[in-house]
Design a protein around this ligand. Structure first.
Ligand SMILES: Cc1cc2nc3c(=O)[nH]c(=O)nc-3n(C[C@H](O)[C@H](O)[C@H](O)COP(=O)(O)O)c2cc1C
Length: 189
């Protein structure tokens, strides 16, 4: 007999969200800013639901509140950026996660970006440029799958982490070396 998977939305019984949140708080995550544009202005949202899906072709996923500004902008544009935050960027992470607040990034984005690319957060450890190749609605979130068209590892400094509902670091120096300023490297033709 074929086993049918249960609908994802029904997999957690009533009353379990608090226990689910408590359990998930045990997972230490890196922190990224998912970047997009509202009109021609840079916008970013703090996210931990981000993962690498495949190395060849390079593909990532990000899960965003379907009603959020970022999800709407990314669905409309068909592209997004991912800046992996450094240990000394927790103020930016707070700014870009404030509920209901604007999250324009002019003060935090690198100057001189190419037209048509996503905003790049200055001082981040790495940045990915992604084209949406799939989107799946699950509960109140949309999981966007992004084909990575360009990647840049700017710095080997320490990452910003999130664990037990607080920002943390590895305990090492916040930034071992200054950013190299290398340009985005194209991964697809
Ligand atoms: C540490 C941290 C991680 C977060 N991760 C996510 C996430 O993975 N997906 C998401 O939709 N919201 C996440 N949020 C919440 C968003 O940052 C927040 O709801 C933001 O206001 C949404 O902005 P938007 O209007 O640009 O979508 C996170 C917040 C914090 C503080």
């Amino acid at each position: 007999m074929t086993a049918h998977p249960r609908p994802i939305a029904d997999a957690v019984p009533d009353g379990a969200p608090a226990e689910f949140a408590e359990a998930m708080s045990a997972l230490a995550s890196g922190v990224v800013l998912v970047t997009s544009r509202l009109g021609d202005r840079p916008w970013g949202t703090t996210v931990t639901a981000f993962a690498s899906v495949s190395a060849d072709p390079p593909t990532v996923l990000v899960s965003l509140d379907s009603e959020g500004t970022s999800a709407r902008a990314i669905a409309a544009a068909g592209s997004f950026g991912v800046s992996i935050l450094a240990a000394d960027q927790r103020a930016l992470a707070r700014y870009a996660s404030a509920p209901g607040a604007t999250k324009f990034l002019e003060s935090f984005a690198e100057a001189g970006e190419e037209a048509g690319t996503s905003p790049v957060v200055a001082g981040a450890l790495a940045h990915l440029e992604c084209k949406v190749v799939g989107a799946v609605q699950v509960a109140d979130h949309t999981v966007f799958f992004g084909r990575v068209s360009a990647a840049r590892a700017s710095s080997d400094g320490a990452p910003l982490l999130y664990h037990r509902r607080a920002y943390r670091t590895l305990g090492g120096p916040a930034r071992a070396h200054p950013p190299t300023g290398r340009s985005l490297r194209c991964l697809t033709s």
